[in-house]
Write a protein that binds this ligand. Structure first.
Ligand SMILES: [Zn+2]
Length: 290
């Protein structure tokens, strides 16, 4: 009765206060990214991960998918009208209504990588304006790199110069770089020697906060306390055995699944979501503050 009485006498909320709250919500820009790599198999695993992403994003904000390469197994695409785009991208991902910002993987290079760029021109879902490119979302700037055709990643000099100058000029609260090949990895391929020698110094000098990748078909978070934090999310369609965690590895799972990274002005939050016959679960969570 007391509660009811208080509710009755409570004055209506001033309209001005409500307007102020709405404005604040708009200013507090954030971005939520789904991290998926090595997904382009058109198999049951890809379909299972797609269903898990659809369901995950049904109850959470999701702005786009960072598609981390090996988009079309086994040999990429021959042309923009290659039916492989329907078979191994459009159909499996039909129920995930998000833009995919696409990076090239080694398997994409086995075909014609420019066929993927050409396909992007006729697609609202497959976003890939160039082999490497950058874009801004909310408080973050994203740099997508092309780590090439080999089993070990390689980023040629002109692209490294482009990346260094882009990171140096960025005023975003968060700088996120992604490509296909890992720098460090506890997965089957292990550390990328050339990536460590040539790309990691560019990310460190440019104060990149995160490096996202795939190639190893597992899920891993590597954070030794110094930037960039590396997230491997290569479980988009299948899994492989892992070698074992190296220095700074906080979480490593031989599992299909995806990452979910949200960034606002001050805080980054990550969930690593495992997808298996047992179901879908956020197996590991972490957060960082500016
Ligand atoms: Zn690969």
């Amino acid at each position: 009765m007391i509660v009811l009485f208080l509710a009755c006498v409570k004055p209506p909320e001033p309209v001005v206060a409500q307007a102020a709250v709405a404005t604040e919500a708009k200013v507090a820009a954030s971005v939520a990214v789904v991290l998926v790599g090595d997904a382009g198999k058109g198999n049951q695993g890809q379909r299972d991960v797609a269903v898990a992403v659809r369901d995950w994003c049904a109850s959470r904000p999701c702005d786009f998918v960072a598609y981390l390469g090996d988009n079309l197994y086994p040999d990429g695409a021959k042309s923009a009208d290659d039916p492989i785009f329907v078979e191994k991208f459009e159909t499996p991902w039909a129920d995930v209504n998000l833009p995919f910002y696409v990076a090239l993987g080694n398997h994409d290079h086995y075909g014609d990588p420019d066929a993927e760029l050409a396909y992007a021109k006729s697609s609202t879902k497959w976003i890939q304006p160039a082999r490497y490119y950058n874009f801004k979302k909310g408080p973050a700037e994203f740099f997508v790199i092309d780590t090439g055709k080999g089993e070990d990643g390689e980023v040629p000099e002109p692209q490294r110069t482009w990346l260094a100058s882009g990171l140096g000029a960025s005023t975003a609260a968060w700088r996120v770089v992604y490509g296909h090949h890992p720098i460090h990895s506890g997965g089957l391929h292990g550390d990328g020697k050339v990536m460590i020698e040539t790309v990691e110094p560019v990310l460190q000098a440019g104060k990149a906060d995160f490096y996202l990748c795939g190639h190893d078909h597992d899920l891993e978070l590597i954070d030794d306390g110094s930037a960039p934090v590396e997230i491997v999310s290569g479980g988009g369609a299948s899994l492989r055995e892992v070698k074992g965690p190296g220095p700074g590895s906080r979480y490593l799972a031989s599992s299909m699944g995806f990452g979910y990274l949200t960034l606002d002005a001050q805080t980054a939050s990550l969930a690593m979501v495992e997808v298996s016959n047992a179901g879908v679960k956020a197996a590991y969570e972490a957060s960082w503050s500016k």
